[in-house]
Design a protein around this ligand. Structure first.
Ligand code: ADP
Ligand code: MG
Length: 258
């Protein structure tokens, strides 16, 4: 059994504003083991980003408890990597300098690690390229390498492939699984794409909106590499859709013509 890395207990989050209050998250209980790949899925506005920001320490105004390795999360830090939908690179720095960022490439150890990560995210040959010369998928891989260089305990990804076209997105999913299988960084990946959640996750956390609550946590017992066209993947799709829609399973089987 792996050790528990992240413990979220009875997390509640309300936003207060002049227009009134928004109960964004209600009674969230979630324990994530070291090395797990968790996907979080739910409709727009159900609190996915809020949950991720709280785990990242970017929002500390919550009720309940959020602990990483037994320590209360009370602010951001390099132990919690964050990947946004857009890569947020420095336009004036090359790929390798973007990855190193505040760390010096003059340090041989940093240079070695950056080279290793460039290989991991499959950007060999682009070390000296600038962000404007990269495709969206490549830029996002730079952002992932930059986060991994800090060896975060957990990598938090907020719809990181949301702005990419379908083919690039599928390729990025493969690259991310490859990264995860090689270095086993714990991942919490937010998406509103059911196939993406199934393709990547060991467990899928399904949220429902207003207030954001966990509707169900669905384990995905499919071996990697997963095939979106397989029967077992199709069955998972039914399971997740069912959790969303609370549709009678028999109805789904009937409508599929099986
Ligand atoms: P998601 O990422 O699932 O689309 P969010 O976490 O961004 O959802 O938002 C959850 C709810 O909280 C929404 O109703 C949103 O309008 C509200 N919300 C998010 N951030 C703020 C904020 N800074 N101030 C007020 N309300 C907010
Ligand atoms: Mg969001």
């Amino acid at each position: 059994m792996s050790a528990v890395l992240l413990e979220i207990n009875r997390l509640n989050k309300t936003f207060e504003s002049a227009k009134g209050s928004v109960h964004a998250l209600r009674h969230i209980d979630l324990h994530v083991n070291e090395g797990e790949f968790i996907t979080v899925i739910g409709p727009s506005g159900c609190g996915k980003s809020t949950l991720l920001r709280i785990v990242a320490g970017l929002d500390t105004g919550y009720d309940g408890s959020v602990k990483l390795q037994g320590r209360t999360v009370d602010g951001p830090g390099i132990d919690k990597g964050f990947i946004f939908q857009e890569p947020r690179l420095f336009p004036w720095l090359t790929v390798e300098k973007n990855i190193a960022a505040d760390l010096s490439l003059k340090d041989p150890e940093i240079r070695r690690k950056v080279a290793e990560l460039i290989e991991l995210v499959k950007l060999q040959g682009f070390e000296k390229s600038y962000p404007r010369e990269l495709s969206g998928g490549m830029a996002q891989r730079v952002a992932i390498a930059r986060a991994l260089l800090r060896q975060p305990k957990v990598l938090l990804l907020d719809e990181p492939f949301g702005a990419l076209d379908a083919f690039t997105r599928a390729h990025m999913q493969e690259v991310l699984i490859d990264i995860w299988q090689k270095n086993r960084t714990t991942m919490i990946f937010v998406t509103h794409d059911i196939d993406e959640a199934i393709y990547l996750g060991n467990r899928i956390v399904i949220l429902k909106p207003r207030p954001g609550e966990i509707r169900e946590i669905v384990p995905v017992d499919l071996p990697f590499p997963r095939k979106k066209s397989s029967i077992s993947f199709q069955e998972m799709r039914f399971k997740v859709l069912n959790a969303f829609e609370k549709v009678d399973e028999l109805e789904l089987v009937d409508s599929s013509g099986i």
